[in-house]
Design a protein around this ligand. Structure first.
Ligand SMILES: [Zn+2]
Length: 760
């Protein structure tokens, strides 16, 4: 069985069914293309494709198919409900998939604007289809044009055309091999320590390479498993953030193979990472009927993975491999030399791990080279190579031992036109990065990944405190002109709230496999694709080092001011993207560090900040300057920060900021007490001490009317906070008064004269 052929035939089958009752002209174009390509299947294969398709669409009323309106699929985020929040019904936009705002944000329209729009859309769709001639291309074209259309043109159809293509293919391939199904979950552990256990010197170069390596490793392992089990890319339901899910058949032969594969992967990783990186490989066997309530299957596969993680390495025998896993501890002697990044010595299990004449090992060197190659990456080229395990010194050797080679290119080789200068005999696949116009580049498909990085060390990066392009009237522009602002490192880690719960039961009775993969797709699109794009759109590339964005968490660092502004931009975009659904939110931990802070230190401290934010009721919060805020409070912080910075700029005096800061000391405790028992009267008297007005009166009589207005504004923000809290009926603070000191601290950083920390 050739899985590629099944996939391509299924694509035609599913699209033809969609078009047959909608538009005869477009359908006949599709038929012509199919004839030209001459893709056929056996009667047996055809029956299974048809049965699978019918099974997936069993709830759809085919009598409701229309041909004068052209429907769009509901956004997956409109389907995530609970008792507490109303959910807006929104739809995927009538646009091919692109990484720009108007192509990814949901709309209120449930249909294409007109028949002409619809026909033009399909015209482009089929044009790319017609030109396609490489494996995988048709799959990616469907991904681009069919993610937003319902599988049949009816307002009730809840499953997208692309997902029906994907699932019909995946299930057909499984059923051709056996009756039962199996969900395989892979989970890489040890990532955090692996990425961050490095010294600060050279960290900017080392970090990205290490984190991107994990992404690639996960990709290599997925490809390896799919190839060994003879499955199609459609069987890969999700891959991101060190996790993947594969839908596989579960006959005895495949079970045997799976165990073999597990062993091979564990052995390779153990040899290579000496026990620091482990891949747990869990699975759960189930029936087709359970596809309609996949949350349970998802949970069981997850449980299996957790069990495996608690008894790591058992699949290859702990006893036999005790030394590899637990030691002996590498002791470096003076003459052996130690890698200054990872600490590996020449005396380790693998000989000769250090590059000649350099203080860095082959492996760390290969990660640094990976970082460099990402800086100009527009294409990823994956070739299938002969497996070899003779000399595994760097990650390229490791991948080769799985039979793959990964390369990045900035442009196509001029000489060879399309082949990237590679040997045309090699079985190679090329992908455009963050660009879905892959057909015109003659690539096999596209991927979304945050690749590019700002130039230089973290010290160089933190100097870019403001975006490249800011409006000339803004305070940032003023500060930028006179070069104010501290050279501090801002760090952010964010992750989606309750993601596990959302996957397992967030979709209620719509918890079927199609919705689950749509949810994965939608989250990846935002985190792996759009965040990176947003950073570029907002001209923040020079000041932000996007370490990783994918799966369910995102980590970035850089010039503190840009990092904190960008976080709010991400939050706003995500809110819009998720149909303003309050069941789908994220929380963030943030902090400011001196640039020379050890990487391992800030990575663990930021974890604590994130946990603090998540401890807030209903999560959906940010920990900023050590305090936890709601996102609307964070917006206020940004506003107050701008007012304060402008006051300093106009008055040419920073002392005012310290005065504001002093005026808020003790404010929170007074207000917290106010929610408890004291009478408002007594509290108001106490608060007189805190009257900001008193501190600011000198400024208020300033000749500059703008300054007077700003001071007025600040005073009124302050008073509002006091009154809202005093007269709040809740037993808790209506608004966290700490927004003022936090905003002031930010403004203090922004108005500080630049100091060169590198000389400290
Ligand atoms: Zn090393």
């Amino acid at each position: 069985m050739q899985v590629q052929r099944i996939q391509e035939y299924t694509i035609f089958y599913v699209l033809r069914n969609y078009l047959s009752s909608v538009n005869k002209n477009i359908k006949s174009r599709l038929d012509t293309i199919q004839k030209e390509k001459g893709i056929t299947v056996s009667d047996h294969e055809f029956r299974i494709i048809k049965d699978t398709y019918d099974f997936l669409l069993k709830d759809v009323d085919f009598n409701k198919i229309e041909n004068d309106k052209f429907y769009l699929c509901k956004s997956i985020f409109s389907k995530i409900k609970d008792k507490h929040h109303d959910v807006k019904v929104m739809y995927n936009p009538p646009k091919p998939l692109h990484l720009d705002k108007e192509s990814i944000m949901p709309t209120l329209d449930s249909t294409f604007k007109s028949r002409e729009d619809f026909e033009r859309y399909w015209g482009e769709f089929l044009q790319e289809f017609k030109i396609s001639h490489k494996p995988e291309q048709m799959y990616y074209i469907c991904n681009k044009y069919a993610y937003n259309l319902p599988a049949v043109n009816s307002p009730d159809c809840q499953i997208s055309l692309f997902n029906v293509v994907k699932l019909t293919t995946a299930l057909t391939i499984c059923k051709l091999k056996g009756d039962k199904l199996m969900l395989i979950k892979g989970d890489i552990s040890g990532i955090q320590d692996f990425i961050f256990s490095i010294p600060s010197k050279g960290a900017a170069k080392a970090l990205k390479g290490r984190s991107f390596y994990i992404t690639l490793l996960s990709d290599v392992i997925c490809r390896f498993v799919l190839k060994e089990l003879e499955l199609d890319q459609c069987n890969l339901l999700y891959n991101g953030g060190g996790n993947f899910y594969i839908l596989a058949p579960s006959n005895s032969c495949d079970m045997f193979k799976l165990n073999e594969i597990r062993k091979i992967i564990s052995e390779k990783l153990l040899d290579f990472h000496k026990g620091k990186i482990y891949m747990a490989f869990g699975f759960y066997i189930f029936d087709e009927e359970q596809l309609d309530n996949i949350g349970e299957v998802w949970r069981k596969a997850g449980e299996n993975v957790n069990q495996l993680k608690s008894r790591k390495w058992y699949e290859i025998g702990l006893k036999e491999n005790y030394n590899k896993i637990f030691g002996p501890v590498e002791s470096a002697t003076a003459e052996s030399g130690v890698c200054r990044i990872c600490g590996a010595s020449r005396m380790g299990i693998q000989d000769n791990r250090l590059l000649e004449d350099r203080e860095i090992c082959y492996l760390c060197n290969s990660f640094n080279e990976l970082t460099d190659s990402l800086k100009k990456a527009n294409y990823l080229i994956i070739s299938e190579v002969e497996k070899r395990s003779d000399k595994v010194r760097d990650y390229i050797d490791l991948f080769a031992s799985f039979g793959f080679k990964y390369q990045f290119a900035d442009s196509k080789s001029k000489k060879t036109g399309t082949s990237f200068g590679l040997n045309p005999d090699e079985n190679c696949y090329s992908y455009t990065i963050n660009n879905t116009d892959f057909i015109e580049k003659d690539c096999n498909g596209f991927i979304f990944k945050s690749v590019r990085l700002p130039e230089g060390t973290f010290m160089d990066i933190v100097k870019n405190k403001y975006p490249d392009d800011i409006s000339s009237s803004s305070i940032e522009e003023n500060l930028k002109e006179i070069n104010l602002g501290d050279n501090k490192l801002g760090v952010v880690k964010l992750d989606v709230d309750n993601l596990g719960k959302i996957f397992i039961n967030g979709l209620g009775d719509e918890n079927n496999i199609a919705n689950i993969i749509d949810l994965s797709r939608a989250l990846s699109l935002f985190f792996e694709g759009f965040i990176y794009k947003l950073m570029c759109l907002n001209k923040r590339e020079k000041g932000i080092y996007l370490l990783y964005a994918g799966g369910d968490d995102t980590f970035f660092l850089g010039a503190y001011n840009q990092v904190f502004e960008f976080l709010n931009e991400i939050r706003r975009s995500f809110h819009e993207y998720a149909c303003e659904n309050l069941n789908v939110t994220f929380s963030a931990g943030t902090d400011v560090y001196p640039v020379k802070t050890p990487v391992a230190k800030f990575s663990s401290s930021i974890e604590g900040r994130l946990n603090k934010a998540k401890d807030n009721k209903d999560k959906n919060s940010i920990c900023f300057m050590g305090e936890v805020f709601r996102w609307n409070e964070y917006e206020k912080i940004i506003q107050i920060k701008d007012i304060c910075s402008r006051i300093v700029y106009l008055s040419d005096s920073r002392s005012v900021l310290n005065k504001v800061l002093n005026s808020t000391k003790g404010l929170k405790s007074v207000l917290v007490v106010s929610t408890e028992k004291e009478s408002s009267h007594r509290i108001l008297r106490k608060l007189k001490l805190h009257r900001l007005f008193y501190y600011l009166r000198e400024l208020k009589n300033h000749k500059n009317p703008e300054l007077n207005n700003l001071v007025e504004e600040l005073v009124s923000v302050y008073e509002n906070i006091v009154f809202e809290n005093l007269f709040s009926k809740e037993n808790q603070l209506a608004i966290n008064p700490m927004i003022i000191p936090s905003a002031v601290r930010w403004a203090i950083l922004n108005t500080r004269k630049e100091r060169d920390e590198s000389n400290e």
